[in-house]
Design a protein around this ligand. Structure first.
Ligand code: FAD
Length: 396
């Protein structure tokens, strides 16, 4: 079997690239290799976990998002043979290509924390990081009776720099509305040294933390959880010192890593990420291979917003290379993080590789705004489904 262009993964990046290539030239022979029947709008998981969205709002059938003109191969890639322009899949075996795009996402590594894989199945332990566990977050928040509520953020890498804290701000509002905040202590443990790496956005977030009386513990990441005793153990990232706290509920942002099939592949770096030039997103080893989204080595913040910036670069460079030219279009590291700070409040962080703000609106985005909350709630999902995934104008 052979296709001119093969895309590995039908998530945000894979579908965006496929549809934008076909918008450029609908006659191109493109195949998307993707095992899942469902495509998820993951940026909506925070709103599922806080009861703002019904879970049905963040999932659609894979068939419905697959661009017309693309061939969907419902299979998993197990290895790469880039010297011979082939991928190997679990069911169909070898498939040849002229150009390859790898967009296989990031692995949620439940096993990286002692006891977490078991604990996540128990009452009071929840996570917005998968569709299956996001709805449990809402069930936990709306039935919480008070006590200690813990929110965790791992050491990098992880997707969406704000998701671990957004749910804490929303939980605080839910607890206040339900009258249980007075008998609740909220604790945030993060591997990072502060709430956000850019002052323009960390200033308003620190004000939110003070206003909401949240207890922060930076440079601490979760290393163990004992669901029987309802205890979570954290490690100080510099000294290795361990701290244990009890919890009545805990929202876990689990550790994340490169997908297993990428680790040790000829396309990947030591950590397993698809090794790409951070500007052109072209493989550092194979000219006809590109990587984008959560699985690539580019040091941007892993977000759907980054994929909005990466998609036109990959499409332009891939088509140029296939026509005999050289990759010349550059991605500047753009990423965005809509930092929801409560019901009706949001700080819209937008920045590039240099951690310099790269904002969309002609007003100060470094403050909480109601308008930005409505942007996240109503406009961004529409943009995702109808523009990013459909080959629409990305404003490049
Ligand atoms: C709770 C949460 C909140 C978030 N909030 C935001 C936000 O507010 N704003 C924002 O911009 N981003 C947000 N994100 C991040 C954003 O959703 C991701 O960065 C983005 O969806 C990643 O897209 P991707 O295509 O790289 O990976 P994915 O969309 O995860 O897709 C990867 C695809 O590859 C497939 N795949 C895996 N292995 C194989 C294989 N072996 N062969 C073939 N296919 C394979 C998978 O089935 C999957 O469909 C959030 C994420 C989470 C979890």
């Amino acid at each position: 079997m052979k296709h001119k262009i093969i895309i590995v993964g039908g998530g945000t990046a894979g579908i965006a690239v496929a549809s934008h290539i076909l918008k450029n030239d609908e006659s191109l022979d493109i195949a998307v290799i993707e095992p899942s029947d469902i495509h998820y709008y993951q940026p909506g998981f925070t709103f599922v976990g806080s009861g703002i969205y019904n879970p049905s709002k963040v999932r659609r059938s894979m068939q419905s998002v697959m661009p017309k003109g693309a061939t969907w191969i419902k299979d998993s890639v197990i290895s790469f043979d880039p010297d011979n322009n082939k991928v190997v899949t679990a069911k169909k075996g070898e498939i040849e290509y002229e150009g390859l795009v790898v967009a296989a996402g990031i692995k949620i590594d439940w096993d990286a924390v002692d006891g977490l894989a078991e604990a996540i199945k128990t009452e009071g332990v929840c996570s917005n990081y998968t569709f299956e566990t996001a709805d449990k977050t809402w069930k936990t928040l709306k039935t919480f009776k008070g006590g200690t509520a813990v929110f965790t953020q791992p050491k990098p890498p992880f997707k969406c720099p704000g998701a671990a804290q957004k749910i804490m701000y929303l939980a605080d509002d839910v607890f206040r509305k339900r009258g249980v905040r007075g008998k609740t202590e909220i604790k945030f443990f993060a591997g990072a040294p502060g709430i956000f790496p850019i002052k323009r956005y960390s200033d308003p977030l620190n004000e939110v933390i003070a206003r909401k009386d949240l207890k922060t513990n930076f440079k601490h990441h979760l290393v163990g959880i004992d669901a029987t005793k309802k205890e979570a153990t954290f490690e100080q990232v510099e000294t290795g010192e361990k701290v244990t706290t009890n919890y009545d509920m805990i929202h876990v942002t689990p550790p994340q890593c490169a997908p297993d099939f990428l680790k040790g592949s000829p396309l990947s770096n030591e950590a397993g990420w698809v090794d790409v030039d951070k500007y052109t997103l072209q493989s550092t080893k194979y000219n006809n291979v590109f990587g984008l989204g959560d699985c690539c080595s580019a040091p941007n913040s892993k977000t759907a917003a980054a994929i909005k910036g990466q998609t036109p670069v990959v499409v332009s460079n891939l088509l140029t290379v296939l026509n005999g030219g050289e990759a010349g279009t550059a991605y500047d590291g753009y990423a965005s993080c809509p930092l929801v700070t409560g019901f009706g409040k949001l700080v819209l962080a937008e920045f590039d590789y240099n951690m310099q703000p790269k904002e969309t609106f002609p007003f100060n985005q470094g403050m909480e705004r109601r308008s930005m909350f409505y942007l996240k709630k109503y406009v961004l999902p529409k943009f995702y489904w109808d523009v990013l995934l459909k080959g629409g104008n990305l404003g490049e």
